[in-house]
Structure formats: C-alpha cells, structure tokens
Design a protein around this ligand. Structure first.
Ligand SMILES: Cc1ncc(C[n+]2csc(CCOP(=O)(O)OP(=O)(O)O)c2C)c(N)n1
Ligand code: SF4
Ligand SMILES: [Mg+2]
Length: 276
C-alpha cells in the first residue's frame, strides 16, 4: 500500500523541517493556506516563484522552507528587492511574506509606494499585532489598550487599518482574514496570485508566545476563538459607516482592474525606442 503524502510536502525542503515556529503559532496556518492555493492553481512546483522576506518570525515562512528561489534581506526591505526582481523578470510570480513590524513599521513607505505603483507582486502580511521575534514589543498594529512588553499599562497609540490604507494607496487587490478563516484566506491567496497588479493580504495571526500570553490568551485555541467571535465582515462594517471598531474587519476590501507598473514600463520603453 502506498503511504499517504500530504500534497504540500512537494513544495517544501523536508530537510529544513520542523520550522522554528512555536507550537500553535499562526504562521503554519498561513504557510499551509498559501501552498494549498498554489496547488489548486495547478502549480506542480515553485519554479516560477521568487519569494522575498525581511526579518521577523513571519519572514521565515518561505525561506528556507519553500523549495524555491528565495531572498531573505534586511528588516523592512523585502519590497524593494521584490520590485527589483519583478522588473527584471516580469514573467515570475514574486511573493513577499512578512510581519506587521517588518512591512507596516520599518518598511511601511516601501509597502505604500509599491501599492501606489501597482506593481504586480503579492504581499502576504502576518499581523500578530506585535514584534514577535524580539519579545512582543508594541507595533503600529497593536490595538489601543493592549498590554505588551513596551506598553505594560496598555497601548495609548491608535493602530493602522492596513487593509484600508493599502486600498487607498492604489492596490489592485486587498483582503484581510484571520487564521480562523483558512478557507477564505486560501481563496484570497488564489485571487491575489492571479491579480495583474499589486495584491495585499493581511492575516491576523496568533502569536501565543509573545502576545497571547500577555493578554490572557496563552492557548492558541483561545486566540483563534477570539478572532472568530470578534470578526465582522467588511460589507457590514461599511453599511454601519466604517466606524472605528475593536472588531477584526474581514473580507475583500478592493478588487479592481488597472494596468500594473511593469506592464506600463514596458509600454513606455517600447514608445521611447520608437522615438529614438
Ligand atoms: C534594522 C533592524 N532594526 C531592528 C531589528 C530587530 N528586529 C528583528 S525582528 C523585529 C520585528 C519583527 O516583528 P514583525 O515584523 O512583526 O515579525 P514577527 O516576528 O512578529 O512575525 C525587529 C524589530 C533588526 N533586525 N533590524
Ligand atoms: S514568537 Fe510568536 S510569531 Fe514568533 S514563532 Fe513564536 S508564536 Fe510565532
Ligand atoms: Mg509581528
């Protein structure tokens, strides 16, 4: 009898497993959803992909685990590298994985400008609401009032609504889900990979070690229940006037067709050559 092999295993460098993620971390769910989406889209391997990531736990999703070309760069700088790769090799699927600190803290301006240019790359951001790797410091995504190592009496800063911000910046596709919505997340990743422009998916994800423990939800399941019970659809949120809310607003924020940056640059290059 043939031994059952999980379909995603063919995309992984088995010698790099297990991953360094803590038990119950949401990053495994994100990786799993991504590989399931890739499989459903009919890719038998990851040869047509290039993955870029910066620093932080989330940045470890593709590198070194995915059997693909991947670039692990300095903190916050994954997007410029991804943009460079896409400009030189537009036929490749360029995907960035990163954390909220990496992409929305130190790397925020790169993220916004990539969305504004609508460059044809996919960015998947794990939002665990803290700097997980360095011990759970507050990030620009930490909700108001939450206790972290750097906000022991509760955070007094408002956090970004990143999905909304990326929509305003000009991205072609923007969605937000939590790790308690794996089917919706997988379907969004499929859409993002097929988007002919900038696609951004924010995934609210559990960091039981450096976040959950400090907010009284040390068990991963408690965090997943928190996400599930406190999610509201973007449709309902809009109907209710887009008010500031403590809920997790989930769904697709925008899906629109407009030319991407590499497409436009190649048109302009052609025009310039004809005028020489
Ligand atoms: C230039 C620079 N500044 C600070 C750090 C320290 N540092 C490493 S990871 C990290 C934050 C990671 O948080 P996030 O991107 O949210 O990823 P997570 O670990 O939460 O998945 C920081 C500040 C660094 N490596 N380089
Ligand atoms: S510190 Fe948090 S984000 Fe990092 S691997 Fe552990 S649980 Fe996951
Ligand atoms: Mg983080």
């Amino acid at each position: 009898m043939r031994k059952y092999q999980h379909p995603s295993l063919k995309y992984l460098r088995l010698e790099t497993l297990p991953t360094p993620f803590c038990a119950g971390c949401g990053l495994g769910i994100i990786a799993n959803c991504f590989l399931k989406a890739v499989e459903e889209l009919g890719f038998n391997d990851l040869r047509s992909f290039v993955f870029c990531s910066g620093i932080g736990c989330a940045a470890w999703i593709p590198s070194p685990h995915f059997k693909a070309d991947s670039i692990h760069v300095t903190h916050g700088r994954s997007i410029p590298v991804a943009v460079g790769v896409k400009l030189v090799r537009p036929e490749l699927n360029v995907v960035v994985f990163g954390g909220d600190g990496d992409l929305a803290g130190i790397g925020l301006s790169h993220l916004l400008h990539a969305a504004r240019r609508n460059i044809e790359i996919t960015v998947i951001m794990s939002n665990n609401m803290v700097y997980g790797m360095t011990g759970g410091q507050a990030a620009p995504t930490t909700p108001l009032g939450i206790k972290t190592t750097t906000t022991p009496y509760g955070n007094i800063e408002y956090c970004f609504n990143l999905a909304d911000l990326l929509k305003s910046a000009g991205a072609s596709y923007v969605a937000r889900w939590t790790t308690a919505h794996p089917i919706q997340l997988k379907n969004s990743i499929r859409k993002a990979l097929k988007t002919n422009g900038f696609s951004f998916i924010e995934v609210i994800s559990q960091c039981p070690t450096n976040f959950g423990r400090r907010i009284g939800k040390a068990k991963p399941a408690e965090m997943l229940n928190w996400f599930k019970e406190n999610s509201v659809s973007v449709k309902k949120w809009r109907e209710e006037g887009e008010r500031e809310t403590e809920k997790f607003v989930v769904g697709e924020f925008i899906e629109r067709k407009k030319p991407g940056f590499t497409q436009m640059i190649h048109v302009k290059l052609g025009e310039a050559q004809r005028h020489e």
